[in-house]
Design a protein around this ligand. Structure first.
Ligand SMILES: *Cc1c(COP(=O)(O)O)cnc(C)c1O
Length: 486
């Protein structure tokens, strides 16, 4: 926060008129303002340097305004009360955290830009315990010797998926990179052209492949790839057959893809490992609860994939992590790769991941406790209840300018999961007379906490699938502020 104009600068200005000179004289000095600010109960606890910087910034800005456009200035702008108000605003903005809680009214459950998955209470509690105290993170309590951090989750991952061994890293992108680097460095990796995915935020299979030192061997076409395409591509240089779940798009129409089962058989014939990058691995079969259908991790393991990778914070509903499943040999090799240290999972994530995974031992409990699962399987009646409640809260003050309507709309899983499915949902559509939808959208976005919705047909829509019941009042209050400002 460097002052834009200094006292000496302004004094040098030769063409000050009488009015400007008078205003400058009235402008209190930094020292005086600072003394006043220090007395103010609201500012008393502000860190000293921040307070000094803020005072300087406000006084400098006022001085600049006098010099540039003194007609707009009034003496009242210089009262202690007014200056203090300005200082408080500057201090408040500097003190508030950049990473802030938001209300997700987009209906997209695993929203990558809004933080993907929300953690279950069990996971939050465990983070608190493990981060506030020492733990056995890398200490074997049975032997009293050094232990491995990955053992905290390996048994539960194997129990839930049927895998022989498991390993966790920072995220799924890291998991894929690490596997390719360990298994297929300088060797060819056969992938279908229909599966060369790009995931938001610049994860692209061909680029990851290049970074890992593996050589991409594309086969088939965008819409159709056959087993013979893989067969013809296999040679002495081949190191791996890779299947990538097309998690954020679907190829429809005249299509054909080779099932994992066929790839596994082909791999066995040629003594080649087969890896599947599932992206958003799910541990429950969604088709039991909703129109969603997504292959489960267990299915991939049962089919015989040698390595399976997936995210911790997509459909799993845990913290950001990458989970790698495989046989003991492969996992041991991966653990010895020096990259593993660089892609290491941190203890808070590990704590949250273990408690999230443990909830899956009782599927009903998992659906209840894990917010991602809860929101994805919510019934239309539950969602409608929130929509009606919000409509009621909005209409209570009886402001005629406002109109709130219930609108049927589809919400999505998001996070590159289940791209083709729309879940039936309920939105509250909000319009305010003489206010455009984009003004409403902006006002809501600038609210504290920010409320993120979407505009459709010139109406601001808030999808109630992803809004928590205790956020409805906050939304109603934000809209009151919106009305006051119009
Ligand atoms: C999401 C996804 C990734 C990347 O996972 P992150 O956990 O975001 O790093 C990789 N592959 C596929 C198929 C994905 O869907």
């Amino acid at each position: 926060m460097t002052p834009e104009t200094t006292m000496t600068d302004s004094k040098k200005k030769p063409d000050l008129n009488a009015a400007q000179q008078l205003l400058l004289k009235k402008l209190p000095g930094v020292d005086h303002v600072l003394e006043t600010a220090k007395q103010d109960p609201e500012l008393r606890n502000t860190p000293r340097t921040l307070l000094t910087d803020s005072v300087r910034q406000v006084v400098d800005r006022l001085r600049k305004s006098i010099l540039e456009d003194h007609q707009k200035m009034h003496e009242t702008d210089f009262t202690d009360a007014d200056i203090l108000k300005k200082i408080k605003r500057v201090v408040k903005s500097a003190m508030s955290l950049n990473l802030t809680r938001t209300i997700n009214a987009t209906g997209i459950v695993v929203h990558t830009n809004l933080g993907r998955s929300l953690l279950a209470k069990e996971a939050l509690d465990q983070i608190q315990i493990i981060s506030a105290r020492y733990s056995n993170l890398e200490y074997n309590l049975a032997t009293g010797k050094r232990g491995l951090r990955y053992t905290a989750v390996e048994d539960i991952v194997c129990e839930l998926t049927g895998a022989e061994a498991a390993m966790v890293v920072n995220n799924n992108a890291a998991a894929v990179l690490l596997c390719l680097d360990t298994i297929a460095r300088h060797r060819e990796v056969v992938v279908s052209r229909g599966e060369l995915v790009e995931i938001g935020g610049s994860f692209r299979i061909p680029d990851v492949m290049e970074k890992s030192g593996a050589i991409l061997k594309e086969v088939g076409t965008t819409n159709r790839t056959h087993l013979k395409d893989y067969k013809h591509a296999i040679n002495d240089e081949t190191g791996l057959l890779l299947k990538v779940h097309t998690s954020n798009y679907g190829i429809v129409g005249f299509t054909s893809a080779v099932a994992l089962k066929e790839l596994v058989e082909l791999g066995e014939q040629h003594h080649l490992p087969v890896m599947e990058d599932l992206g958003s691995g799910t541990l429950i079969d969604f088709s039991k609860y909703s129109p969603l259908r997504e292959p489960t991790v267990k299915e991939s393991v049962n089919t015989g994939a040698d390595i399976v990778t997936f995210s911790g914070d997509k459909l799993l509903g845990g913290p950001q992590a990458g989970i790698i499943l495989g046989n003991r040999n492969v996992i041991a090799k991966i653990r010895q790769n020096p990259l593993t240290r660089a892609l290491r999972i941190d203890k808070l994530t590990l704590a949250a991941l273990e408690s999230t995974l443990r909830l899956y031992r009782d599927e009903e409990k998992a659906i209840h406790a894990i917010p991602t699962l809860n929101m994805l399987t919510a019934s239309i009646d539950e969602i409608k209840k929130k929509a009606l409640k919000l409509k009621e809260l909005l209409e209570q003050p009886g402001d005629e300018r406002l109109s709130a309507t219930l609108i049927d709309a589809g919400s999505r899983a998001g996070g590159g999961s289940l791209p083709l499915f729309e879940l039936p949902s309920k939105c509250v559509g909000l319009s305010i007379s003489k206010m455009t939808a984009s003004v409403i959208e902006k006002t809501m976005r600038e609210n504290d906490p920010p409320i993120i919705g979407r505009i459709e047909d010139d109406i601001f829509l808030m999808d109630m699938r992803t809004v928590a019941a205790d956020e409805l009042t906050e939304i109603a209050n934000a809209i009151q502020t919106c009305l006051k400002g119009s």
